[in-house]
Write a protein that binds this ligand. Structure first.
Ligand code: BGC
Ligand code: BGC
Length: 851
């Protein structure tokens, strides 16, 4: 019974929660030549693609060694080589039984499930996995060590104490390829300290629609910047091909990702469809790949996205004919997180189509065991193309042998392993600090407000003022970068820290007040504000409007400006945004992007140096066009009717005397997107959601401060906690359900995106019945989780927080049509209060309960 009825009543209209899909119009840097040969959607003509050649010729002795290994390997071992499991789902014990070729740590996976585990723990776990794979019964086959891949995408960013570099968008503005080489080398070295040998970097996406939540992972909207960086970076990470320490010593294996077209999906939709022509795909989106191959990159990651409707994980033309054929790529192609399972006819545990299309290693994060078993069976049955399997294994072994892995021994015995004093050492941080300085783009400096005198009194305000987590963005300790505080970045500095150090040294005074309130008389205000951290998918937005529903930051700027205090805006963001109001409300505006752990680099540039000769100037030039309107996207240099607010390449220096005139504050569009992921806040359901109380066979809608179910089995009343009527208390006197419903929404991507149902609640008295949490669809229950364990552990009358992963309720595919994301059911007497219910990123806190 429960809410099934409620739902039946509700699923009439369908809520349109789809992003408006403004087509990713493809503006090519040059006019297409006469080579638009293909007309069949999703099919390519490999002959027109650029050729490339890696820097090392195939070594006959090495290939012979691989022949020998292939001859000795059992079929089980071969199948194991092409499968990678995630450390959140595979243990060393598992590796004793399954001879897998690789493991990874996804953004939320860490030793012991602790995203803040010490570097020592990472190295210890690397050793454990190595030993376990040695202990595996290989049926007489040769021992082949596993490789561990990690997203060291802006430094070794899963490790507390590492150097966190600015995200790629900032580096793109620096236009300094040599700097990228140094960053690559430091990242690789810090990765080696923890015993890992492979990074999933660089991302070489050419990002065309900044609504994409991964915009900041790309260097630029134009291929020229990325193309000029990729070789330096790959060589920095891997070492020079042919040198003794290529892929060894302080270096690791690098991955160019995501092949290809990831940055050009329609509407900037994550994992979406790139609809460009083959010519644009080749010249714009895939331009960095031949360069990466020529620099010796050993791995390429297939993209989650599709091109002209065809998923890349199954695209033989692109993976095999273009990448391995035309570009002569001789390393291996790794899949993305369960990306194979998205191919038509595939599931996470069954997908030969990907292997046959040219994928060499499946990133079977949580599905590795099922995939291993199915694929082994298929190999035994003769369904697997054995030449293809051997080729995939050969490519993986080639990289393993080239990197010296076969002889490297236990991770902790390798060069640099365990040298924790090298992690985040001053020399590394100095390079990150330089990168911060060079990435800053000055958009406005009216009356030459900057540089600021360090002997003045400077107020530093805004919620980004003293928050290294915020300034580091996504892919920082946690996947989405949420949940971090300053203490998670030992050795790092916030923007305030940098200003404070330098101002105090010069005899001035720096004050920190996040809310901007101070009694003191200040000479200038620096307001640090911007986007909160996000990563893949969760960072996708509907428009480029900055903070459309909350103008706290704008008001903070305006307060100082109106008081005649020179006001400097330091904007933290993963993309250019519509900030016309904020631009008007300040005298100077610095686009700081996501600077990482060395916030001090900002003070280096915005403060006046005692000695003019050593004054740091702004060097950053926009690598993404800055919009005039919230819905002005796609907006890319070279495209038709290009009319940005600040064009690609823009960036003031101290020599410029340009004054920015007041800008229109009219967004010219309804830019406030709907928020379907918040269900309950401030004492009520958040629109479009509504509360229903169900008992027996019917239910009642409750919109006011109180109400009851039709048979009065359930009562709802408003109460005060932090504010007036900000919580609701639900009183069950028999079997009944508290239900939050609306028209159906699709939560399947939220589920594969590791989101959790978060609830802040208080149990008021020991319940007599069983309490549970459920998610319902139009046809009834989709999945439930028992609250029994939580209730048993709860202290009566105390507020508690709970995050239950969506994936614990049911398979993602079953969440395609959800009408009631929140159903709290009790079988008997109970009293529970709620203050906040919404979807939230898993930062390691989310769990599964008993079904
Ligand atoms: C991302 C990749 C990443 C991988 C492993 C995927 O979801 O798309 O960029 O390397 O996860 O964390
Ligand atoms: C990401 C991983 C992340 C995982 C969480 C994936 O899509 O790529 O890095 O840890 O989701 O389940």
């Amino acid at each position: 019974m429960r809410s099934k009825l409620v739902i039946g009543m509700l699923f009439a209209q369908l809520l349109c929660c789809c992003l408006s899909s403004v087509q990713g119009q493809a503006a090519s840097p040059a006019e297409p030549l006469n080579n638009e040969v293909h007309s069949v959607a999703g099919e390519i003509n490999a002959e027109i693609w650029p050729q490339a050649q890696g820097p090392i010729a195939l070594d006959p002795a090495l290939e012979k060694r691989i022949d020998g290994l292939l001859n000795q390997m059992t079929l089980r071992q071969k199948v194991g080589q092409i499968i990678q499991g995630d450390i959140g789902s595979i243990t060393p014990e598992d590796v004793k039984k399954y001879p897998l070729g690789s493991i990874l740590n996804g953004g939320n996976s860490a030793p012991g499930g602790d995203n803040r585990a010490t570097a020592e723990k990472w190295l210890a776990l690397a050793d454990e996995f190595y030993k376990a794979s040695q202990a595996c019964d290989l049926g007489g086959g040769p021992f082949i060590p596993m490789i561990w891949g990690t997203d060291a995408v802006h430094g070794h960013n899963n490790i507390v104490g590492a150097t966190f570099f600015p995200h790629n968008i900032g580096l793109g503005c620096a236009r300094n390829p040599q700097l990228l080489g140094k960053i690559g080398a430091i990242t690789a070295l810090e990765t080696r300290i923890t015993g890992l040998e492979w990074t999933f970097a660089p991302t070489v996406a050419i990002v065309r629609d900044d609504r994409w939540g991964r915009t900041y992972e790309g260097y630029s909207e134009a291929p020229e910047v990325t193309v000029s960086y990729v070789a330096e970076l790959v060589k920095g990470i891997q070492g020079e091909a042919g040198s003794d320490d290529f892929l060894k010593g302080p270096h690791v294996i690098s991955t160019a990702k995501h092949f290809c077209g990831d940055g050009g999906t329609a509407g900037g939709k994550d994992q979406g469809d790139n609809q460009m022509s083959e010519y644009d795909l080749m010249t714009l989106q895939a331009a960095p790949y031949p360069v990466a191959v020529e620099a010796g990159v050993q791995c390429v990651m297939a993209s989650f996205s599709s091109w002209q409707g065809k998923k890349l994980h199954g695209h033989k033309g692109l993976l095999t004919d273009v990448l391995k054929g035309r570009m002569n790529f001789d390393g291996f192609v790794v899949g993305d997180w369960e990306g194979h399972g998205q191919l038509p006819g595939c599931s996470n545990t069954d997908c030969l189509a990907a292997l046959h299309a040219g994928l060499d290693m499946y990133m079977a994060a949580g599905s590795w065991k099922g995939l291993f078993e199915t694929t082994l069976k298929q190999a035994e049955n003769g369904e697997v193309n054995m030449d293809r399997l051997d080729d995939a294994v050969r490519r993986i072994l080639r990289v393993k042998i080239r990197s010296g892995l076969m002889e490297a021994g236990l991770p902790s015995t390798r060069p640099l392993a365990g040298q924790y004093d090298q992690l985040g050492k001053p020399e590394h941080r100095a390079v990150a600090r330089q990168a911060v300085r060079e990435s800053l783009v000055l958009l406005k400096n009216n009356s030459g407000v900057l540089p600021l005198s360090p002997s003045s009194t400077i107020l530093v305000a805004g919620d980004g003022a003293d928050d290294i987590g915020k300034q580091s963005g996504g892919w920082s300790l946690t996947w989405q970068g949420t949940g971090n505080t300053k203490k998670d970045f030992p050795g790092g500095s916030s923007v305030y820290d940098g200003i404070q150090q330098q101002v105090e040294a010069a005899g001035g005074k720096a004050l920190l007040a996040v809310d901007g309130n101070t009694e003191e008389k200040v000479d200038v205000a620096v307001v640090v504000f911007g986007e909160d951290p996000y990563a893949e998918f969760q960072g996708d937005v509907q428009t480029l409007a900055y903070s459309p529903t909350d103008d706290t930051d704008y008001r903070l700027l305006k307060k100082f400006k109106d008081a005649g205090i020179p006001t400097v805006a330091v904007f933290i963001s993963g993309r250019p945004m519509w900030v016309n109001r904020e631009l008007n409300a300040c005298d100077a505006f610095v686009a700081a992007w996501l600077p990482g752990s060395e916030g001090v680099g900002i003070a280096d540039v915005i403060l006046k140096s005692a000695d003019d000769a050593v004054q740091n100037d702004f060097k950053g030039k926009l690598s993404y066009s800055w919009p005039k309107l919230p819905n002005q996207t796609p907006l890319n240099v070279g495209s038709r009717d290009y009319d940005p607010l600040f064009e690609y390449g823009f960036g003031l220096t101290y020599a410029d005397q340009t004054e920015l005139a007041s800008l229109s504050e009219d967004p010219e569009t309804d830019y406030v997107g709907s928020n379907v992921e918040k269900f309950f806040a401030a004492g009520k359901a958040v629109a479009p959601w509504r509360i229903y109380l169900a008992d027996g066979v019917s239910s009642a809608l409750v919109e006011g401060t109180k109400g009851s179910s039709p048979n009065k089995v359930l009562e709802l009343i408003s109460e005060d906690d932090q504010a007036q009527e900000d919580v609701k208390t639900i009183k069950f006197s028999g079997p009944s359900s508290f239900v939050i419903s609306s028209s159906a929404i699709d939560l399947s991507r939220q589920s594969t995106g590791d989101m959790a149902l978060y609830i802040r609640y208080r149990i008021n008295e020991p319940p007599e019945g069983n309490l549970s949490l459920a998610i319902d669809g139009p046809e009834g229950g989709l999945g439930r989780q028992s609250l029994a364990g939580e209730v048993a552990a709860a202290e009566m009358g105390q507020w508690k927080e709970l995050s239950v992963k969506l994936s614990c309720f049911c398979d993602a595919a079953n969440l395609k049509s959800v009408t009631s994301p929140v159903v709290i059911h009790s079988s008997g007497k109970a009293s529970i209060s709620i203050s906040d219910i919404r979807l939230m990123a898993n930062e390691g806190q989310a769990k599964c309960l008993q079904p």
